[in-house]
Design a protein around this ligand. Structure first.
Ligand SMILES: Nc1nc2c(ncn2[C@@H]2O[C@H](COP(=O)(O)OP(=O)(O)O)[C@@H](O)[C@H]2O)c(=O)[nH]1
Ligand SMILES: [Mg+2]
Length: 201
């Protein structure tokens, strides 16, 4: 695993802040690239893959119980921000409220946010909750790129076409790019890093 990408030393990565309440959120200072998506889309796995660490972010087959925003400080130069996942029907009303408070609190007046990587599982497609999240980002003019996760599960020959089809969905902002990704295979890791470094400027 390459641990020096785009001039960043990935050995120098720490989970700097875990925010469970809006007042704990960082919204200024170093540039932030946020990761959003439904629970189980492969967000923690992507964080681990990008940072070259097996267990920095907790991967689970169970829906995440903790609703927190995790700020990973990368080589003292940027934050990768892991937003809480959404879309679990079994979540209680109070959990949903906590999710909304924290997520909306994060986006509101955030001077450090540069770009969002929105994860979609290409096999699952755009769920109703994804559509809400995307509509929110469209409305507030938050810039985003789609990352199609778990691409190792799909037929290689159709990947590019499936990605194109995904981002031509009218609910996604016109002209949005889609990066094919697999944490399992490391596919797309370099491309995601290239975008992160480009967008953090
Ligand atoms: N086949 C495959 N499975 C993956 C990949 N990324 C994550 N998963 C699996 O999907 C499940 C949820 O992953 P996790 O990273 O915890 O998702 P999160 O809830 O979005 O943080 C786990 O069982 C992972 O092993 C991938 O690239 N390929
Ligand atoms: Mg997770």
């Amino acid at each position: 695993m390459e641990m020096n990408v785009c001039g960043l030393n990935l050995h120098n990565t720490v989970l700097d802040v875990t925010a469970g309440a809006p007042k704990q959120l960082l919204k200024e200072g170093l540039p932030q690239i946020a990761l959003s998506g439904r629970s189980n889309v492969g967000k923690s796995s992507l964080v681990n893959c990008l940072l070259g660490r097996k267990k920095l972010a907790r991967v689970s087959s169970e829906p995440g119980k903790t609703i927190t925003v995790n700020f990973y400080l990368v080589d003292k130069s940027l934050y990768l921000v892991d937003l809480p996942g959404y879309g679990f029907a079994r979540r209680s009303e109070s959990d949903k409220r906590r999710w909304s408070n924290l997520t909306q609190g994060y986006f509101k007046d955030n001077n450090a946010l540069c770009h969002v990587l929105h994860l979609l599982d290409m096999k699952v497609g755009i769920t109703a909750d994804d559509a809400d999240m995307i509509a929110y980002m469209n409305h507030y003019e938050i810039p985003y790129t789609i990352v199609a996760t778990k691409c190792d599960k799909l037929n290689k020959t159709n990947l590019a076409a499936s990605a194109q089809k995904l981002v031509s969905d009218l609910r996604i902002r016109h002209g949005t790019e889609c990066i094919l990704f697999s944490s399992e295979k490391g596919l797309g890791r370099e491309e995601v890093w290239t975008r992160i470094v480009k967008y953090k400027q």
